[in-house]
Design a protein. Structure first.
Length: 258
């Protein structure tokens, strides 16, 4: 019988396996208590979005793509204007969300590009922590891919490693191609965020909370994404992703049936 075990040169070291396990734990914990609370709050007012005309709902899809495009372009410039810590980005995002929620959905949509840029800059900062140049075109594409992680919902597993390598040329067409895949996922997340901000005044508190939590969520996803990339540079992409998916599957809660 053919031996299917990995040879030592192909297998992860104990330390590397431990690092992968920590990233799996980080991904699983991203949907924490705060995110569940926000999903609950958003669910209570989501009906208000369903009552809007189709044109208004379509605004979210357009706004998501435009916000990501603007953030991608702004990310080519220095990060200094936002400070360098995750906490600072979360606080800035919360303040932005609070102001955006004062007027309900219209002001929430106006605030969206600011919140997205703050999150994008936070993701850039994580990339730098893992040894990547945050201003390079390749790293900015990887930051954009993080927004394809889906969203903080019970049915979402987080990082989609189909975006892991972003195997596209660094051209305008490639950026737009990645945007076409990432933007719909981000728009789904934004629907939940904007639902919680749809009620004027009350939406201010919800906006601050959702922005803080969403920044926290995407920062966690960035640590997973760029942590895996760093391990892949040292040990090889295939073996790292295989270990990640295996450990992630093992950590899934059991399915209960009625």
């Amino acid at each position: 019988m053919m031996d299917t075990q990995l040879t030592p040169s192909e297998a992860l070291t104990e330390d590397a396996t431990r690092e992968v396990a920590l990233l799996v734990t980080r991904q699983r914990r991203a949907n924490g208590v705060m995110m569940k609370a926000i999903n609950f709050v958003g669910g209570q007012v989501e009906g208000s979005l369903k009552m809007l005309p189709k044109g208004a709902r379509a605004q979210i899809d357009v706004a998501a793509r435009k916000a990501l495009e603007a953030s991608y372009e702004a990310a080519s410039r220095s990060r200094g204007s936002y400070g360098g810590t995750d906490r600072m980005h979360k606080v800035l995002s919360a303040v932005s969300g609070g102001l955006g929620g004062l007027g309900g959905l219209p002001t929430a949509l106006m605030e969206l590009p600011i919140a997205t840029t703050v999150i994008f800059r936070a993701v850039q900062g994580v990339a730098a922590e893992y040894g990547e140049d945050p201003l390079s075109a390749e790293t900015r594409l990887q930051c954009l891919a993080v927004f394809g992680a889906g969203g903080p919902t019970e049915s979402d597993d987080g990082i989609d490693t189909a975006f892991f390598s972003a195997r596209v040329g660094l051209t305008g067409a490639a950026v737009h191609g990645l945007l076409s895949k990432v933007a719909p996922r981000f728009a789904t997340v934004l629907t939940q965020k904007l639902a919680s901000q749809a009620v004027p005044i009350l939406g201010a508190a919800a906006g601050a909370g959702t922005n803080y939590a969403f920044t926290d969520y995407y920062v966690a996803m960035a640590h997973v994404h760029f942590g895996l990339r760093k391990l892949a540079r040292d040990h090889g992409e295939a073996v790292v992703l295989d270990a990640f998916h295996r450990l992630l599957a093992e950590s899934q809660p059991p399915v209960t049936r009625n």
